[in-house]
Ligand binder design. Structure first.
Ligand SMILES: Cc1cc2nc3c(=O)[nH]c(=O)nc-3n(C[C@H](O)[C@H](O)[C@H](O)COP(=O)(O)O)c2cc1C
Length: 319
């Protein structure tokens, strides 16, 4: 991945969401790069079976990064070496996760309280990554804003680029992301900066580029049920306007996500996980409340696709 070429729009890593199917669909809508869900370096060390699934991606997702989390330099370096065997276009270290289960082990955003250890982890990962770019994704800080100092440390330790989610750990996902911090950190760095936080519309993406001067942006929650946001951002940038998907197109996207999920996951798992994504895609559409209930009540793929077909028929009758 060439982070020096500016203006890219990335899909963020989202645990439980950015699986193969969703990444593939986001790439098809023009995301310039996608990333796996976070993968535990310790899980790789202890050869946990589920981690292999998390590390796997296909041709249609490339360029795809692999995101790792961990706080023991040797274990993280081992995980990087293992991850390289999947040929990712970059490796990202998660130093921003706020979830208590992760933080209490000293991982994720807990590393923002311990810069010397974070630096050791990054240096070990950079050495193991060799020619593959190593990036770091972090927050403003754990409680207070240390993002400038932290970003400079990442740069000195050899990161190819950094991604700043402009919230503290204490904020979790509440309040507004502080885009002014993204602008401030940008002026301090010579490596590229990816801005992240509160891009929910194409206008937000262009505003983040403009007001912060960041090199790239990363979209997370704004892509849930709306992978079209990537093509809309490009269209807005190029033409000053963008198309909103019709209800039929939204249902088609929901169907594509579900069908792709069934390609890559065992039936029972795909049926359970597809429902959530389908419901996000139809949110706010006519009769979506009624169909939401039948979608959640569906017991397998056959039932789920039957509900979708019924909804499609109803939508087409009204278009
Ligand atoms: C459900 C969920 C799962 C997430 N999983 C990850 C993850 O695995 N790795 C990561 O670095 N960030 C993760 N994040 C944080 C997002 O990547 C992103 O930084 C954050 O949501 C802010 O961006 P947004 O305002 O565009 O949503 C997650 C966020 C949510 C809501």
């Amino acid at each position: 991945m060439n982070f020096a070429e500016r203006g890219k729009v990335f899909l963020a890593p989202l645990a439980g969401v950015t699986d193969r199917a969703f990444r593939e669909i986001c790439r098809s809508f023009g995301a310039d790069g996608v990333c796996t869900e976070m993968v535990s370096a310790k899980g790789i060390w202890y050869k946990d079976k589920k981690t292999a699934d998390l590390l796997t991606f296909g041709e249609k997702e490339i360029p795809c990064g692999i995101q790792l989390f961990g706080s023991e330099p040797e274990i993280v370096a081992h995980a990087v070496t293992h991850a390289l065997s999947y040929h990712p276009q970059w490796i990202d270290l998660n130093m921003g996760c706020p979830v208590p289960k992760i933080v209490k082990n000293g991982d994720g955003s807990a590393l923002m309280k311990n810069l010397p250890l974070a630096e050791q982890v990054i240096r070990a990962a950079v050495a193991a990554a060799g020619d593959t770019p190593l990036t770091v994704k972090f927050r403003l800080g754990f409680e207070s804003d240390v993002s400038g100092e932290f970003a400079l440390m990442c740069q000195d330790a050899g990161a190819a680029a950094v991604c700043l989610h402009a919230r503290t750990r204490s904020q979790m996902y509440s309040g507004k992301a502080d885009w002014s911090a993204i602008g401030r950190v940008k002026t301090m760095l010579s490596i590229p900066l990816i801005g992240n936080g509160d891009i929910f519309t194409p206008e937000d993406a262009l505003a983040m580029f403009e007001t912060t001067g960041c090199d790239h942006v990363m979209v997370a929650r704004g892509a849930l049920g709306n992978p079209q946001i990537f093509s809309q951002i490009k269209q807005l940038r190029e033409t000053g306007r963008y198309d909103l998907p019709t209800p039929a197109e939204r249902l088609q996207t929901a169907r594509r996500i579900a069908e792709t999920m069934f390609l890559y996951k065992p039936e029972v798992l795909a049926a359970a996980e597809a429902k959530k994504q389908v419901v996000w895609c139809i949110k706010g559409m006519r009769h979506s409340a009624k169909y939401k209930n039948t979608i959640f009540a569906s017991r397998n793929g056959e039932e789920l696709f039957a509900v979708l077909a019924e909804y499609e028929k109803e939508v087409l009758a009204h278009e």
